[in-house]
Design a binder for this molecule. Sequence first.
Ligand SMILES: C[S@@+](CC[C@H](N)C(=O)[O-])C[C@H]1O[C@@H](n2cnc3c(N)ncnc32)[C@H](O)[C@@H]1O
Length: 286
Amino acid sequence: MKMVDVSAEVATALTSSGICEASLEAEVLVRYVLDMDRVDYFSSLTETFKQSEECRLNSLVCRRMSGEPLAYVLGCREFYGLNLVVDKNVLVPRQETESLAEEVIEFVRTRFLEQVTIADIGTGSGAIALALASNLPGARLLAIDTSKEALAVAQVNVNSHGFSDRIDLIQGDLLEPLDYAVDIIVSNPPYLSTSGIARLALEVQSEPTLALDGGDDGLDVTRRLFENAPAYLNPRGAMFVEIDPPHLHDAIGLARAAFPQEIVGFSNDLLGLPRIVRVELKRVDD
Ligand SMILES: C[S@@+](CC[C@H](N)C(=O)[O-])C[C@H]1O[C@@H](n2cnc3c(N)ncnc32)[C@H](O)[C@@H]1O
């Protein structure tokens, strides 16, 4: 069978399972099995697909059709230009979280000239911590998660990108493992309501519950994070928390209650939805 026909067959199978970008995913899966870049793939479409690769492709397609996220099937996902290993123990890093990393990078570049200490709470695959370490050469990162399985994945990513000297991975609850205050707290906490998870697409439901479940109103972890944060933030520091857009009003309220004297604001993601709540501690000279 020619590669073009194999791809079309895979696309049809994926479409029948309700996968939206079936043609694109078919291409990605075929290229993955053949270890080909896009240029080679498009110039080889009329070549014969090796039978020896068919079994492997079929097993990947079956996993995808059963609702496993594409990133788990491939075992990797790109985040902020870094290729990260992912598996069922970590949330698949999302594009909207790149806005969170971007905002922290901008803040540090405009406010801190030299060293900065950043705590990434709920680090999962290590996505945010790695994006920050790779763009902020003076940053020291403390990346915390309750899940030791997630931390094992993060450790692989930290090692493979060569940041083990600047990123410490720590198991624990929110800020509790910190022995000292930090300059910046950043977090993408679990923020879906427990009842809402059951209504999500199968592939989102297959991500770890610990990474998704924010309790009855979705704000359990966010609430505790804001409540505890003042004791762990240096003067002139800042905090950046990803939110579910419908939580904007409540999350701003939590931030204001925890930091009544400070500057609280929010920003939108690339789709124009409110996604990040930000607290900036007033500088002494402000
Ligand atoms: C939404 S995921 C974010 C993962 C990663 N930071 C990202 O943006 O892709 C939330 C992470 O928080 C972790 N987590 C949940 N509750 C926690 C807690 N109380 N303390 C520390 N980490 C927690 C989960 O294990 C999960 O890895």
